[in-house]
Structures are given as structure tokens and as C-alpha cells.
Design a protein around this ligand. Structure first.
Ligand code: HSE
Length: 423
């Protein structure tokens, strides 16, 4: 039919397949071309029209009849150049590419604006959870100054399993890889890159100031021990990989991804397995938590298709579509380095079983201006004592100095874990 809106897909993997299948329900949309990496690959899609498949993505972005391109391949290249070429050719963009937005968002959004095109990316952050459109539209009247989120399903799955089974990180990772929840090379997820890409863009649109990805502090989950999980539970916490962003009173942004002890009184402590959740604090709304599936074929397709439909609904009716969904900030956020922050901490210390060791730890904390909230000897053997400390809020710099001092003390075998605590 002549008046159908013409869409091109780049990528027909898990997300692309979900988008293809979901778009079959919409009579006003026609997928006219799909770019794939390997044309011979067998795909689990009924009635797939092979004639529209190409292994040259430039055939899609250069096709004059296509009005909307959905980029679903991920990574920075060739996605960056494909999107720029598509915009130059007059197409609106829908993307699920969190890495590209975190690293090159500024250039892409400026380029899209200069060409009066939109880039929508609901699927890039927290998969199927409606987040970008709510923040940019119905929450637009708020001053959002705090975000705490679980944005990576793989790590949340691993931490949940470690908690439930009392198992080690490596054992659970191997099982998650067998089940397909974790990739063969899990670095992007387990070292926190994926969550860091997502919080970079989410904080940018929430604060209305650009966050630079390279200034986002990042720590993964690979050093979390089963004994940390156990100790956290006993003290009323769960360990989660938290992506957080906070604007202080001076307008400086503190954006980071690292494991945290989350009090069981908080909703995020109960977000388990692959589920994602985001708590936003804004004025006047207060605290809002959104949760749901952060990945997967159909949840992610839901967001991609929602974006496509939003564009379709205005095409031909306005020559400046979706103004609220465009990039509406151009100022860089002033960012605080992690070493300048204050935090509450959990430490797990392995000390020699000697008289005065608890006193020594307490004194070292005091000497570094660190107040101890609790100190518990979890285990005592002939040659060692396992001691857990929770501090009050103190400077990160003081904590680093304390760790150095403890590590250099003859009575201490080592500081096994240092995890920040949610306050
Ligand atoms: N790798 C991501 C996760 C999903 O584990 O949540 C895609 O963003």
C-alpha cells in the first residue's frame, strides 16, 4: 500500500527479530529493508520475506523510500556512521544502542537537530521499562536530583543467585553462561560498562546537563564474595550493582556504578534475577520507582516499536515532530571525582588472631576521622579473625588511607572487601 510508513531495520538478532514480529501487527507500517550480518543464518521468524534482506547496511540507510531506521546492532562502529548517513538522507532514527549514545550522544543529537530529525532510544536503557519518554514528557516539570537503579540484568541475576545459593561468583557466572544469561565474554556486564553507558544517558536527560561517560566511576561485581552476601544479609542488606547519579546543591553531578549494600527496606533490594528497576527522586513528584524486564526479545521490541509508532503518529502532520523528545540541553555537567565523595562503607578484614586487633582497627578508623557504626568478629580461628566493619559516612579519601594503613599493618592479613553502603 502506497501510504504505509516505510521502516528499515539494521540488525535481525534477538531485538531485531522481536521488532520484526511485533511490527507485523501494524497495518500502517511496512518493513521495506533489513540489514543482517550473515544472510545465510537460520532465523526463527515465520514468513520472513528473504527478498528484503541485505548484508549491506548502507543499502538500508541509502534507500530513498525509508522514513524511519531502527538501528539494532549495538557497538559504536559501524552504527555511528550508519546513523549519521541515515539522518543525512532524511530519516528519523530509533536505536537500542546504549554504548553509542553514552560515547557519541552529543554529536549525534546535534547532527539530528541540525537536520530536523529525531533519535529515539527508549530501548537503550532498561529494555522494556518505559523510562525515557516519561522522563522527557510527564516528568518534565520536575527537578530530578537523584537516581538509583539496577540497569543490568546479567549482574543482578548473578548476585541474586550468589545470595540464594551461597555460591561463589565464578560458579554462578559459569551457570549463567550455560543458560545464556551471561555472554561468553562477560566483561561488558560484570565490570559495569553496560550499566555505566545506561546511567550516563539517563542522568544526562534527567539532570538536563550532559554527563561525560569517561567521568562516570565504574566498579564491577567480580570481587564480591559469598561471605559478603552472608554478612550483608545478617545485617539487613542485599548486595546489588547500583547505577547512581546525584546532583548536589552546587549543581555538581556524582555519577557512578558500583556494588552497594542496599537496606532491605528499599525497593531495589528486592529486585531480583534479570529484572531492572529505577528509582528517581524529583521535585515536586517525590520518589518514583519503575521496574520491569531490562532485556529480552519482546520487552526490548516493545520499546523500539513504541518509539517507531511515536514517530509514525506525527509524520506528515508536523514539520517539527516530537519536540519534547529531542535533546534539550547543551551544557556539560560539572562532575565530582569519586575521591572527593563521602560514603558509608562495609569492610571485611582478615586479621591475625591476636589480642588488641579489634582495638587496633577502631583506633585506625578514629585516626582517619572515620566513625564506626558497627564492628563484628564473624569468625575466629587459631591463625585468623574475620572482622566486619560498617562505618558512618566519611570521606572516600579517608577510607583509602585507612585501607592502606590496615594493609601495611603486621596484625592484618588483608582487607578482603570494601563495598559502599546505600544511605
Ligand atoms: N546486557 C544487558 C543486561 C542487556 O544484562 O542487562 C542489554 O542492555
Amino acid at each position: 500500500m502506497e501510504n504505509k510508513i516505510k521502516v528499515g531495520l539494521i540488525g535481525l538478532g534477538t531485538v531485531g527479530s522481536g521488532v520484526y514480529k511485533t511490527l507485523q501487527n501494524f497495518d500502517n507500517i511496512e518493513i521495506v529493508k533489513i540489514a543482517v550480518h550473515n544472510k545465510k543464518k537460520k532465523r526463527n521468524i515465520e514468513n520472513l520475506d528473504e527478498s528484503i534482506i541485505t548484508d549491506d547496511a548502507y543499502e538500508v540507510v541509502n534507500d530513498p523510500q525509508i522514513q524511519i531506521i531502527a538501528e539494532l546492532i549495538g557497538g559504536t562502529e559501524p552504527a555511528f556512521d550508519l546513523i549519521k548517513t541515515a539522518i543525512k538522507n532524511g530519516k528519523h532514527i530509533v536505536t537500542a544502542n546504549k554504548e553509542l549514545l553514552a560515547k557519541h550522544g552529543e554529536e549525534l543529537f546535534n547532527f539530528a537537530q541540525a537536520n530536523n530529525k529525531v533519535i529515539l532510544y527508549e530501548a537503550a536503557i532498561a529494555g522494556g521499562i518505559p523510562l525515557i519518554m516519561p522522563v522527557k514528557t510527564i516528568l518534565a516539570g520536575n527537578k530530578i536530583n537523584k537516581i538509583k537503579a539496577i540497569l543490568n540484568g546479567t549482574t543482578n541475576y548473578i548476585l541474586t543467585k550468589m545470595d540464594v545459593l551461597g555460591a561463589s561468583y565464578n560458579d554462578v557466572l559459569a551457570e549463567a553462561q550455560d543458560l545464556g544469561y551471561a555472554e561468553t565474554n562477560p566483561t561488558g556486564d560484570v565490570e559495569g560498562f553496560d550499566a555505566a553507558y545506561k546511567i550516563t544517558t539517563l542522568a544526562t536527560i534527567s539532570f538536563g546537563k550532559r554527563i561525560k561517560f569517561e567521568n562516570v566511576y565504574r566498579e564491577g561485581i567480580t570481587k564480591i564474595l559469598p561471605e559478603d552476601m552472608k554478612a550483608a544479609n545478617e545485617m539487613g542488606y542485599k548486595i546489588k550493582l547500583i547505577a547512581s547519579a546525584e546532583l548536589n546543591d552546587d549543581g555538581q553531578a556524582d555519577v557512578r556504578v558500583h556494588p552497594m549494600l542496599v537496606p532491605k527496606s528499599k525497593t531495589l533490594a528486592h529486585i531480583d534475577y534479570v529484572t531492572n528497576a529505577v528509582t528517581l527522586s524529583g521535585n515536586p513528584v517525590g520518589e518514583v520507582t519503575l521496574s520491569g524486564p531490562g532485556a529480552g526479545e519482546f520487552p526490548t521490541a516493545s520499546s523500539v516499536v513504541g518509539d517507531i509508532l511515536a514517530i509514525c503518529s506525527e509524520l506528515g502532520k508536523s514539520d517539527y515532530i516530537l519536540p519534547m523528545m529531542r535533546c534539550n540541553h547543551n551544557e556539560d555537567a560539572q562532575m565530582i571525582d569519586i575521591t572527593e565523595t563521602k560514603n558509608k562503607y562495609y569492610l571485611s578484614i582478615k586479621a591475625k588472631n591476636r589480642m588488641g586487633v579489634i582495638g587496633l582497627i577502631g583506633t585506625a578508623c578514629g585516626n582517619n576521622h572515620i566513625s564506626v557504626e558497627s564492628i563484628v568478629q564473624k569468625e575466629l580461628k587459631e591463625d585468623y579473625a574475620q572482622i566486619t566493619v560498617i562505618t558512618e559516612i566519611c570521606k572516600e579519601k579517608s577510607m583509602l588511607k585507612l585501607i592502606e594503613e590496615l594493609e601495611n599493618n603486621d596484625n592484618i592479613w588483608g582487607v578482603n572487601s570494601l563495598i559502599r553502603v546505600w544511605v
